[in-house]
Design a protein around this ligand. Structure first.
Ligand SMILES: [Zn+2]
Length: 262
């Protein structure tokens, strides 16, 4: 079995003490590639340095909504956004990032939505201009995000990471060329709606992800999540859909390769 973790913050400090040992365990478990999202401008370069010369690790670059409020001097002026757009464009080009993100909208934080949306729009525009997929973070903002995607129609689509929502919502994203990220949520019996959605939508629309070090699996709450647990998510999805884990592994791996042009 060969799996790709389509969303793992493997560059975060949580993995600093034992990153190479965790990676060895990933390889032993069949997790041989991963996409590592960008979260803020200061992190892009260290991330690019981390993935350099490391087979199977791919970097994206973007500004996560949780970091939007921390951008110094961002008054969401045309000039400030312009500079940010130039910095993102040149970084993505120079380091051959595989996607723009993670980016999106989140109502659970204090940063005003207008400010989040300005920075999100900027990243959608960069993805459109560079013909790259988007890695989306969508928290209770599906309608607003879908409205923006229908407006821009990003040519390479992307992925809604850690998707939780209805089958209808999943279909709306898929029609716009957006895959759905299946994470640890499916291992929780109480996540009935999300489990039902993932049992019904086309397997061709799904990617696997850990979102490590966040999103621990059921039974592992309060502990650091790790990409080495990805096979458990694959097994859970296989059981939900009544297919073999190999079929889940092969199809989601193919989907991930297609989306990110791996
Ligand atoms: Zn993330």
């Amino acid at each position: 079995m060969k799996l790709i973790d389509s969303h793992c913050h493997f560059d975060f400090d949580a993995f600093a003490p034992d990153r190479s040992r965790v990676w060895q365990r990933c390889l032993a478990a069949g997790v041989s590639r991963m996409i590592i999202p960008g979260v803020c401008e200061a992190q892009w370069q260290p991330l690019a340095d981390l993935v350099k010369g490391q087979p199977g690790w791919y970097a994206a670059a973007g500004i996560h909504p949780w970091w939007v409020g921390r951008i110094e001097d961002l008054t969401v002026s045309a000039e400030g956004l312009d500079q940010l757009g130039h910095a993102l464009t040149s970084h993505v080009r120079e380091y051959a990032c595989v996607a723009v993100g993670e980016c999106g909208l989140d109502t659970a934080i204090d940063t005003p939505l207008a400010q989040q949306e300005a920075v999100f729009r900027l990243q959608i525009e960069v993805a459109c201009a560079l013909q790259l997929p988007l890695v989306l973070h969508v928290h209770r903002t599906h309608n607003a995000v879908l409205r923006l995607l229908k407006h821009y129609r990003p040519p390479r689509g992307g992925v809604v990471h850690a998707f939780s929502g209805s089958e209808q919502m999943a279909g709306d994203y898929w029609q716009l060329g957006f895959y759905l990220g299946v994470g640890g949520t499916v291992t929780y019996p109480r996540a009935a709606k999300t489990r039902r959605t993932f049992s019904r939508v086309p397997l061709q629309s799904l990617l696997l992800e850990s979102d490590a070090p966040d999103m621990p699996l059921s039974g592992r709450q309060g502990r650091r999540n790790s990409p080495e647990h990805l096979p458990l998510i694959a097994a859970e999805l296989a059981e939900l859909r009544g297919v073999s884990t190999d079929e889940i592994a092969n199809t989601t791996r193919h989907n991930t390769e297609m989306l990110f042009s791996l």
